[in-house]
Design a protein around this ligand. Structure first.
Ligand SMILES: Nc1ncnc2c1ncn2[C@@H]1O[C@H](COP(=O)(O)OP(=O)(O)O)[C@@H](O)[C@H]1O
Ligand SMILES: [Mg+2]
Length: 381
């Protein structure tokens, strides 16, 4: 489930162009619908040119936050400041913020070029400039040859490209995308994700996207905010979020994870051990934590960081024997579900390097699982 970040390395090439760290400032923003808190005290600083993803389960408040940025909703409290200007009380059509809706929001009776020309015309751009702008935008999304077509004569991916061209035609300061790929099938979606990032980066437009799809957020965004029940749980680059989750929620939400709940047994400067009812021996973690003996803590480790072997590993700590109960074959890798004597099930990935590797382990095999001292993280919140 971690493949996205390695599969598309080119996607994040221009991620470190932070010139203005506080181009968009979201300051203690709240939104109440009657007494229901949809967005709860959110603060965020977004850099100019950054692609930022709000990621979270359905209903956590992502769209509400985005709609406040677009001016469709007014914050109940807090401020939104874009390029030094407070946006709270500015009407949507006065803002230099554009929202890209899903492809079906194209005007059906207008041609591709008329769709793209719509925004610039609304802004009273001179005719010649509108034409130049449309040409430029269609070239950008490689739709010049279809300028005269109507939306119904286009494929889903092509409609998506036109929608993007239309959204950026007025050079918005902020581009907002709400579940931008929801209407596309999986293959087309991953292709469009890369295309969209390349275009947005070429234009250097600041972009905030909302998605419930972690792969989409990880592939496209420079940074990701994980949201839960109106609150932001963690902000970080995709690999920070994945490799260094700060709390149980993020660890469990992003990718798959084995989580062992227990207590800090030995709390030393350069290592800790954690005792958990799931394992017979304490877990040895090769770094210190801010904690104390007896503190409640969880140890979280990703399935791809578990080693599997038939023979007992030589290491002193961090190994356990179990029985393979299920095997899920994904082509590139298999996931073994290993049942431990405590009854707990542990997931372990195995990369299928050779064609018949998956046959080296099978159901009901007794195997050893082991992991390195720094392969997992200790979570105390
Ligand atoms: N206009 C509204 N009136 C009342 N409740 C709303 C309104 N808009 C959204 N909500 C509620 O706020 C919560 C967050 O919604 P939303 O921001 O759309 O979530 P997400 O986009 O993360 O799925 C949901 O519980 C939703 O029912
Ligand atoms: Mg939504």
């Amino acid at each position: 489930m971690n493949q996205q970040s390695t599969e598309n390395p080119a996607v994040k090439s221009a991620s470190d162009t932070a010139s203005q760290d506080d181009y968009l400032v979201i300051e203690n923003v709240r939104k109440l619908f009657d007494d229901f808190v949809a967005v709860d005290d959110v603060s965020l600083n977004i850099r100019k040119g950054e692609i930022f993803a709000l990621l979270g389960a359905s209903g956590c408040g992502k769209s509400t936050l985005l709609r406040m940025l677009a001016g469709f909703e007014k914050p109940s409290a807090g401020r939104i400041i874009l390029d030094g200007q407070v946006l709270n009380n500015i009407a949507p059509y006065d803002q230099s913020v554009n929202m890209m809706f899903q492809s079906y929001a194209l005007f059906p009776h207008m041609t591709v070029e008329q769709n793209v020309a719509f925004g610039p015309k609304q802004k009273n751009m001179p005719k010649a400039e509108v034409a130049r702008r449309v040409e430029e935008m269609l070239a950008l999304v490689q739709m010049e040859s279809m300028a005269k077509r109507k939306p119904h004569q286009l494929s889903g991916g092509q409609q998506q490209r036109v929608a993007l061209a239309r959204a950026v035609a007025t050079s918005p300061k902020l581009l907002l995308l709400d579940e931008p790929m929801a209407a596309l099938d999986k293959k087309l979606r991953s292709q469009m994700q890369i295309e969209l990032v390349n275009i947005v980066e070429r234009l250097n437009v600041t972009c905030i996207m909302v998605t419930h799809d972690q792969e989409e957020a990880m592939t496209m965004a420079h940074r990701v905010a994980v949201m839960d029940a109106g609150k932001i749980r963690q902000i970080g680059t995709p690999d920070e979020i994945y490799e260094q989750p700060s709390c149980r929620y993020t660890a469990g939400f992003i990718g798959s994870v084995n989580m062992f709940e227990g207590k800090v047994d030995e709390d030393e400067k350069d290592y800790v051990t954690i005792r958990t009812p799931d394992l017979e021996t304490p877990i040895y973690v090769g770094h210190g934590i801010t904690g104390y003996d007896g503190m409640k803590a969880a140890f979280a480790i990703r399935p791809e960081k578990m080693h599997i072997s038939k023979d007992e590993p030589e290491q002193k700590y961090n190994k356990v024997q179990g029985v393979i109960e299920e095997i899920a074959y994904f082509g590139s890798h298999s996931v073994y579900h290993v049942r431990l004597p405590s009854g707990v099930e542990v997931l372990c990935n195995f990369v299928n390097m050779r064609r018949w590797d998956s046959e080296s382990y099978t159901w009901n095999d007794k195997v050893w699982l082991s992991w390195d001292d720094n392969a997992g993280v200790v979570l105390t919140s």
